[in-house]
Design a protein around this ligand. Structure first.
Ligand code: MG
Length: 456
């Protein structure tokens, strides 16, 4: 049985051999080959245990539909996206579950322009799969599969775009994910001194969670401190997100890094539009507007950031999970590119990372996740809207661009269903921690009551 909706905000995502089986992967391959008669298709995967199994099935479906397939082996998602345009492919397909635990995998589709499929395109693929309206090629027209190595083209492109003067000492932590070899290589080619940790590919992610955060990067922070390195960088499982550790061995808050880099880009361009999502801290608004720029907010998910960036001709975009988009290069969030561009920014500003982010205003921001079944999570958020409005009658603004967002004079609250996991996510930001905690406590109660109500 297929789930009610196959595609979420990051393509297809699910537990392997339960939600996401090879049988489904064959159908996805056939549907992509059928949709728009795609002839040249690139396929890559992250280091997950199930990657090869799903790749073989997906490629089988593509070949049966008459597409020629170029298999790129293990690569970060942004490298696959970049190569899709660079190698003039019709479509690029990435087998990854990004930052999710190892039992998950997923399929994300990019078009010839390196942008991920939008909702409309995904719905068309989904319809072909649901109706099984596949077009099989005649036996003489079955596609061919080729193994190709595309890494070098990406490395050359980065090195052409970025030149560094200083020999930075960087500690790189790929977390056993898709950036395991290409990230250390890029920094070395740029002339950095590189210390790599967790740089062996391993789909069980034994060293740390594939989601880089303050807890999972404790070992990286320690190495940066002990070696007195200039910077620590870590990527998620598929390398579209980046997290930083400063020269003092401290994890850099995602919102502060995003706001400081956005303000830098706006400063360099003498103004411009920056796109972020509804979850980002209000510090980005303050820093960007102080430099003469403007912030546009979208739903959570890089698809929406990309669409909005194209629409507003934005000069930079990003989400506070470390997914940054640099439109001069391409429209896929790119962790490796982001980290090299940050080094360039530090050189230009003649600052160490702690100074670079120090100007970001520090507000209290608390995030909490509450487990909630996928089938119920959207209904729970809807119910929570009314509950929150009456619990916080002092709200100034109410928005449902994504989930429920209420803002007050001193901060805001956001309740939304996760795009990829069975969770309801709560975010509260305020000027004092005490006040923020109080608001969070009331919001959690409201959401829990809504879950109980939906379950009845
Ligand atoms: Mg990712």
């Amino acid at each position: 049985m297929l789930k009610a909706k196959l595609f979420g905000s990051s393509g297809i995502r699910g537990i392997v051999n339960a939600d996401l089986t090879p049988t489904l992967a064959v159908k996805v391959g056939l549907a992509i080959a059928t949709f728009g008669k795609k002839r040249k298709v690139l396929v890559a995967r992250d280091t997950r245990v199930s990657g090869l199994m799903l790749e073989k099935a997906l490629v089988s479906g593509l070949l049966a539909g008459g597409a020629n397939v170029y298999c790129l082996d293990v690569l970060p998602t942004p490298v696959l996206a970049y190569l899709t345009k660079r190698l003039n492919a019709d479509v690029g397909i990435m087998i990854t579950a990004s930052h999710n635990p190892p039992q998950y995998n997923g399929i994300k589709i990019f078009d010839a322009n390196s942008t991920s499929y939008n909702e409309e395109e995904q719905d068309k693929i989904e319809k072909i799969i649901k109706n099984e309206s596949f077009t099989f090629a005649g036996w003489q027209k079955i596609g061919n599969a080729f193994a190709v190595d595309g890494k070098q083209k990406y490395i050359e492109a980065i090195c052409k775009a970025i030149k560094l003067r200083k020999r930075w000492h960087i500690v790189v932590d790929p977390g056993c994910g898709a950036t395991h070899s290409i990230a250390p290589t890029v920094f070395r080619v740029l002339g950095c001194k590189v210390t790599a940790i967790n740089a062996n590919p391993d789909g069980f992610f034994p060293a740390r969670s594939p989601e880089p955060d303050v807890e999972s990067l404790v070992p990286l922070a320690k190495v940066v401190r002990e070696l007195k390195a200039d910077l620590g960088v870590a990527y998620d499982g598929d390398g579209d997100r980046v997290a930083f550790v400063d020269e003092k061995g401290r994890f850099v808050d995602f919102d502060h890094a995003l706001a400081a880099y956005a303000a830098y880009v706006v400063g360099q361009n003498g103004g411009g539009t920056v796109v972020t999502n509804v979850e980002a801290s209000m510090c980005i608004d303050e820093m960007v507007s102080a430099n003469g720029g403007k912030v546009v907010r979208t739903k959570v998910g890089d698809i929406y950031i990309t669409e909005s960036m194209m629409m507003h001709k934005a000069i930079f975009g990003g989400e506070p999970c470390g997914a940054w988009i640099h439109p001069k290069f391409h429209y896929c969030p790119d962790g490796i590119l982001s980290s090299t561009l940050l080094l360039k920014a530090l050189e230009k500003e003649e600052k160490c990372l702690s100074d670079f982010v120090a100007e970001a205003p520090k507000y209290a921001i608390i995030r909490e996740n509450i487990a909630c079944e996928n089938e119920a999570k959207h209904k729970v958020v809807e119910k929570a809207a009314e509950r929150l409005k009456s619990a916080f009658p002092q709200y100034k603004d109410f928005s449902m661009v994504d989930g429920v967002r209420l803002s007050f004079s001193e901060g805001w609250i956001l309740v939304r269903a996760s795009g990829t996991e069975p969770l309801v996510r709560l975010t509260v930001e305020g000027k004092s921690l005490k006040h923020t905690k109080e608001i969070m406590k009331m919001a959690v109660e409201g959401v829990k009551k809504s879950i109980a109500e939906v379950k009845k």
